[in-house]
Design a protein around this ligand. Structure first.
Ligand SMILES: Nc1ncnc2c1ncn2[C@@H]1O[C@H](COP(=O)(O)OP(=O)(O)OP(=O)(O)O)[C@@H](O)[C@H]1O
Ligand SMILES: [Mg+2]
Length: 594
């Protein structure tokens, strides 16, 4: 289910999808709403107070004038105080809501994504998910945090301002409505264009940084192939592209500024001129003219802001759509509603049975990676799995962990169908050392402790000793506290594997899966790990995928796989005697060594 890249403009109705995230904060929305209405009211009162001050304060003659001036200045200041408090309160509440809701959405999306099965990550690039988490949520934050309140405030100001215009002067209002339409329309249209260009330039920058991210992670390969110059120029051309897009935006923006100032001031001067004549002719007082101009400014501002908000809301609708799409993806691997419990752990390890398991990866419906696989593994057994590359060995482990469900057949752990188990119970019973070891950017102690978060330092060190990792960790500059670098770059391949083994052993699982866990070790270190593991394997069932026969020989049983099927089962001796696939592999290896 690859996620689509939808167009940035979507129906505003999509924003309804945000309601579940807004619902918990009804009270905060109410407070913000009250602050907003009070602030809008105060804004609308200011021109009126202004007029009173001019006409009655300055205009009235005589002894009363001083008193009037005092009263009206005080009233104007009072309105300003209310405006200040209400505006600050609105800003605070609305910004809080924006940040809060965005944080909730980010956590919810992340929580959802980390519970997806590997199938999801086969089809979705992690960069895609990251941009959902950052860019898309930021767009939504803009809407919740500013646009909603901007829209409400400006709608109130528009309606209120317009009414007051007509109350002040019907004739001038009619003129100014026409003028506003003439002035605001081109500004709005031009503004749209500027916004689109600025979105384009953000996309170009995202392209460049996505590419840089990938290349920086592969620096040694780039340098080994001496492609530094090529990569630099590839990046430069993306940066140039971003620059050119930015320049188009800047030119458009400069034009917009010119247009806006010229048109708006032209209109204001024109109306002011008309008004001045009306004042001279005695049709209007000076205060009324002042009041009129201020209301006209409020209305014009409201129109501009509303058009801006509409654009933002449409972008946020697009972002919401993408996020909801992500939230709607459901992992095909679901725990049962009434999970069964595993029987109490035996001191011998877990019993594992596969019956006629047939499986193909969802992306390869035509080729079975495992076909009719049947296998009974006794508690405490150590079973080696060998076979050529692509035989399906790793796939078998994936099914045991229930990263995928087989299309046919059954897998049971200690007699319970693994699909009847809670995913956490199942995976808690399994320790795995994967083919590609994963080291987190943390120190050695924390990396091993990832196997069991609550383990004590002493337990971590014991596990490291079992995995033959203690000695090299001790020799690191800060011992167990040494930072291992991003993806473990400060370790050798074999050291990374031993950390991974220690991590799996620390978990102390009844079923241990080792996928070429010692492939990067030299013969001597492998022998060390092997003999250390010997003690660790007592009391647990272990499946070991290995190529090297020295590792395989010690197993109780060897399973030979080819093309997703089990072709031979036996001990080293019996399989050699059989003279089949295994005997061939063995002959090749001994030949190579001799
Ligand atoms: N995620 C996947 N999607 C589609 N096909 C896959 C996927 N992973 C593995 N395969 C295919 O399934 C088959 C079995 O792969 P698997 O990884 O199990 O091999 P393997 O025996 O572990 O090989 P190796 O020894 O090289 O690790 C291969 O043909 C492989 O191309
Ligand atoms: Mg493999």
């Amino acid at each position: 289910m690859p996620l689509t890249r939808s167009t940035p403009k979507s129906s505003l109705a999509t924003l309804k999808g945000l309601l579940p995230f807004l619902a918990p904060y009804k009270r905060e929305f109410l407070v913000a709403g009250i602050a907003l209405v009070v602030a809008a009211g105060a804004t609308l009162a200011i021109p009126y107070a202004f007029k009173q001050m001019i006409d009655l304060g300055f205009g009235a003659a005589g002894a009363k004038s001083i008193q009037h001036v005092n009263t009206y200045f005080l009233a104007l200041f009072g309105v300003a105080c209310i405006l200040a408090v209400a505006t600050a309160a609105r800003f605070y509440m609305v910004s809080w809501l924006g940040e809060r809701v965005t944080a909730d959405i980010r956590s919810a999306v992340y929580r959802h994504v980390v519970s997806q099965s590997p199938q999801f990550f086969e089809t979705t690039q992690s960069g895609e998910v990251l941009s959902r988490l950052t860019t898309d949520t930021t767009l939504i934050q803009a809407v919740v945090g500013t646009s909603i309140s901007m829209a409400l405030r400006n709608a109130l100001l528009f309606v209120g301002g317009l009414s007051m215009l007509f109350v002040t002067s019907v004739k001038l209002s009619s003129i100014i409505i026409v003028l506003l339409a003439v002035v605001v329309l081109p500004i709005v249209i031009f503004g749209r264009r500027v916004r689109k260009l600025s979105r384009d330039s953000q996309d170009r920058i995202a392209d460049a940084s996505a590419m840089a991210g990938e290349i920086l992670n592969a620096m040694p390969t780039v340098q080994a192939f001496t492609h530094e110059a090529m990569e630099s120029s590839r990046f430069s051309s993306l940066v140039e592209n971003a620059f050119n897009t930015a320049m188009r935006r800047i030119r458009a923006r400069a034009m917009l500024t010119l247009l806006a100032i010229l048109l708006v001031f032209g209109a204001i001067v024109f109306v002011l001129w008309l008004g001045a004549h009306a004042v001279i002719d005695g049709q209007m007082s000076g205060g009324e003219l002042g009041q009129f101009i201020l209301y006209a400014a409020i209305v014009a501002g409201a129109i501009g802001a509303l058009s801006e908000v509409l654009g933002e809301a449409q972008r946020a609708a697009g972002a919401t759509e993408r996020l909801l799409e992500l939230m709607a993806v459901h992992s095909p691997i679901q725990p049962p509603t009434l999970p069964q419990k595993l029987p109490p752990r035996s001191h011998n390890g877990a019993a594992l049975v596969l019956q006629e398991v047939t499986f193909h990866y969802p992306s390869r419906p035509l080729t079975a990676s495992l076909s009719h696989l049947s296998l009974v593994i006794q508690p405490g057994e150590t079973v080696a799995v060998v076979g050529p590359s692509g035989a399906g060995k790793t796939t078998l482990f994936q099914l045991l962990l229930r990263f995928y469900d087989p299309q046919q057949g059954l897998i049971t752990l200690d007699g319970v169908d693994i699909r009847q188990l809670d995913l956490h119970d199942l995976r808690a019973a399994i320790g795995i050392v994967p083919q590609d070891t994963v080291i987190f950017s943390a120190n050695a102690l924390e990396n091993i402790r990832y196997g069991r978060i609550e383990a004590s330092d002493a337990e971590v060190i014991a596990a490291a000793k079992m995995a033959a990792a203690h000695e090299f960790i001790e020799k690191l500059p800060q011992g167990y506290q040494s930072f291992l670098g991003e993806r473990g770059v400060r370790l050798s391949g074999g050291q990374r594997q031993r950390i991974a083994i220690a991590r799996a052993l620390l978990k102390n699982p009844p079923l241990l899966l080792l996928d070429e866990a010692t492939s990067a070790l030299d013969a001597e270190s492998e022998r060390l790990v092997q003999s250390a593991l010997e003690a660790a394997l007592i009391g647990r069932t272990t499946l070991i995928i290995a190529h090297r026969l020295a590792t395989v020989q010690r197993a109780d049983r060897i399973i030979v796989m080819e093309n997703g099927e089990i072709v031979e089962v036996g001990t080293h001796a019996s399989l050699i005697a059989l003279g089949g696939v295994y005997a061939n592999l063995a002959a090749l290896q001994f030949h190579a060594f001799s």
